[in-house]
Design a protein around this ligand. Structure first.
Ligand code: AR6
Length: 180
């Protein structure tokens, strides 16, 4: 499913983000940047050692990556040239700035992609797996943050939401239909 907002295509896909051929994919990482399960594990497995080596270099330089912030590495063996690693909040009842932190993940990742001159980006459903952020709420934040960004910044050709599970896909489909 694709929509046009200003000059940016907003796309919704179902599937595996490691197969994406966009300029960059976003990883739902953790503060250590050293890999993990879920989409993080899949990206490191598919992209290979080069990604981890760069994560280790970044970590040695700046320490842990704070929640809501993003760093960029090579895409290694992936089709995507770059991976933007962002750290989503763990859901902890909703009164611990979870919404704001999740919005920051999307905003900071988009800003980093712009800094690197990247024209297309693919997002997984950050925090909605192991970190247990409610999917409906997470989708609303992701969509609002991305659309707000696009209304202020025309530099992306394509921004994709890629959903691994049917539940997220159906939620995104409904919400995007309602606003675009
Ligand atoms: N492609 C796209 N989406 C995927 C893929 C894939 N290959 N695999 C899983 N997802 P999660 P989190 C979806 O748990 O909740 C890691 O251990 C999945 O269905 O990967 O942010 C990190 O190191 C879900 O909708 O990330 C952290 O410790 C979404 O990706 C922790 O998990 C996010 O699920 C981060 O937890």
């Amino acid at each position: 499913m694709e929509y046009l907002l200003n000059s940016t295509i907003i796309a919704l896909e179902k599937g595996d983000i490691t197969k994406s051929d966009l300029d960059c994919i976003v990883n739902a990482a953790n503060t250590s940047l050293l890999g993990g399960g879920g989409v993080d594990g899949a990206i490191h497995r598919a992209g290979g050692r080069e990604i981890l080596d760069e994560c280790i270099r970044i970590r040695n330089k700046q320490g842990n990556c704070p929640v809501g912030e993003s760093v960029i590495t090579t895409g290694g063996r992936l089709k995507a040239k770059f991976v933007i690693h962002t750290v989503g909040p763990v859901w902890n009842g909703g009164n611990n700035l979870e919404d704001e932190k999740l919005g920051n993940c999307y905003k900071n990742s988009l800003n980093l992609a712009v800094q690197y001159g990247l024209k297309s980006i693919s997002f997984p459903n950050i925090s909605t797996g192991i970190y247990k952020f409610p999917k409906d709420k997470a989708a609303a934040i992701a969509i609002r943050t991305v659309l707000d960004f696009v209304l202020q910044n025309e530099s992306f050709k394509k921004i994709q939401f890629i959903c691994f599970d049917d539940e997220n896909y159906n939620i995104y489909q409904e919400k995007l239909r309602a606003v675009l």
